[in-house]
Design a protein around this ligand. Structure first.
Ligand code: HEC
Ligand code: HEC
Length: 379
């Protein structure tokens, strides 16, 4: 593709791939493959087979450049590489395909060697008894015909009731466009603003992997970090990730899009647990002059329709805190939508009325609350 995915480098560097057990209850409609798992055999297979090859052939570029799948720390590398592989279609994984497209010279002319090592790793996962049947949660496909460009996106919806009666009414929504730079089509689609409307149940969702034309085909799956509780009957479904993703189209103009969901299950309640700190520190900040409520407390502002902070506060401090918790990623705080004003992700304004909306100190305050929330929820 013509444009650089490198511009998203800073974002990917903040993505930590989850490792093994996360302390979350693993029952319900969940599956293994998107969560990096390791046992003694698979760890060894990675460290003695896969890692050395990628280290010697790919690390000159992919330690510091996107996708950063060979970080200096071998333990981190395991999860990063794992996330680039579709374990049910290893040969279709982007990592394997790029090994034969000549983009790194001689080492990238044939991928048979890498495929053998990935198969060995896969067998080691079997031996560690970490593999399950192919019970992937894959949504129905939506056919992408003429997509908007420029500043325009179209909302595409996926029905989650396919995964069980308890998900009746639950819809995954994303916004999609054909991505152009200076009016010139790049051949990629841009996907942003993933949201889950929950229907009648409180839901927990984790990991969204886009599938274009029946394959996982994103170079960097920026939504590996998605994880959020979503309250039932939520009329302002939270933004699940602040990050915008690019996927190369197949060129014939008739692509289909689907999502593989890492985990989806019903939870008892969506609750903010560190309310005292939130009430004492975060709410006063949100309400201060020229801060969040300037837009999120103004019913005529576009920001209000998405996250009406003042309406929640009018119900109770707990209600505002509950709504905020849904826009927070407890395991990867920096990948939380709540930090959009600090990082300018998704085009969120960083300044208002001549001042910054979220200074470093203010970000620390919000971060302290998130850490307390994570501790209280056992994360
Ligand atoms: C000389 C530098 C260099 C080396 C060495 C290199 N790559 Fe890359 N790679 C790049 C660059 C630059 C990009 C981003 C631009 C692009 O997609 O071509 C990239 C992109 C990728 C991507 C994803 C981007 C996409 O759009 O699909 C994968 C996967 C990848 N490389 C795999 C590998 C593997 C596997 C190796 C080792 C066998 C390797 N690369 C070695 C420079 C390198
Ligand atoms: C200058 C106006 C403005 C200010 C001030 C502002 N925002 Fe926003 N905010 C927006 C706009 C515009 C959007 C995007 C609306 C959309 O997606 O259509 C948004 C969206 C968001 C979202 C995503 C909500 C969702 O679920 O879709 C979060 C989270 C958010 N803002 C947090 C904050 C926080 C926290 C503050 C204060 C620190 C803040 N904003 C201050 C304008 C503002």
């Amino acid at each position: 593709m013509q444009m650089g995915l490198l511009q998203f480098g800073f974002v990917v560097s903040s993505i930590l791939v989850l490792f093994g057990c996360t302390g979350m209850d693993q029952t319900g409609a969940s599956r293994r493959d998107l969560l990096a798992l390791s046992g003694p055999y698979s760890k060894k297979a990675f460290e003695t087979l896969v890692y050395p090859m990628l280290k010697s052939q790919c690390s000159s570029c992919h330690t510091d450049q996107n996708p950063r799948f060979i970080p200096r720390d071998k333990n981190t590398a395991y999860g990063r590489v794992y996330a680039l592989i579709d374990w049910f279609e290893i040969e279709n994984s982007r990592l394997a395909r790029r090994k034969q497209d000549k983009h790194c010279g001689t080492p990238c002319t044939d991928n048979a060697d890498l495929l053998r090592l990935l198969e060995a790793w896969s067998e080691a996962l079997d031996k560690d008894k970490l593999k399950t049947d192919d019970n992937r949660l894959i949504t129905d496909v939506v056919h992408l015909t003429s997509l908007p460009t420029g500043n325009n996106f179209v909302e595409v919806t996926f029905d989650m009731s396919k995964f069980g009666a308890e998900f009746s009414g639950a819809l995954l929504k994303v916004e999609v466009q054909d991505y152009s730079l200076n009016g010139v089509p790049t051949g990629a689609i841009r996907i942003r603003k993933p949201r889950l409307t929950s229907g009648a149940s409180n839901l927990f969702i984790r990991l969204l992997r886009p599938r274009l034309n029946d394959h996982f085909d994103a170079a960097n799956n920026l939504w590996e970090s998605v994880q959020a509780p979503v309250a039932a009957n939520n009329s302002n479904p939270p933004l699940l990730s602040p990050l915008v993703m690019l996927i190369e189209r197949n060129g014939n103009g008739s692509d289909s899009l689907a999502f593989e969901v890492g985990e989806l299950r019903v939870i008892d309640a969506v609750a903010c647990r560190a309310l005292p700190y939130f009430s004492a520190n975060v709410i006063p900040y949100m309400q201060a002059a020229n801060k969040c409520f300037s837009c999120h407390g103004n019913a005529t502002h576009q920001a209000y329709a998405r996250f009406p902070m003042s309406a929640y506060l009018a119900v109770s401090e707990q209600a505002l805190c509950n709504a905020t918790v849904q826009r927070v990623n407890l395991q990867e705080p920096d990948a939380s939508a709540i930090f959009n004003p600090a990082f300018g992700h998704n085009g969120h304004p960083q300044n208002y009325n001549g001042g910054v909306i979220m200074s470093d100190t203010e970000r620390e305050t919000v971060r302290t609350w998130i850490d307390l929330e994570a501790a209280a929820s056992g994360n």
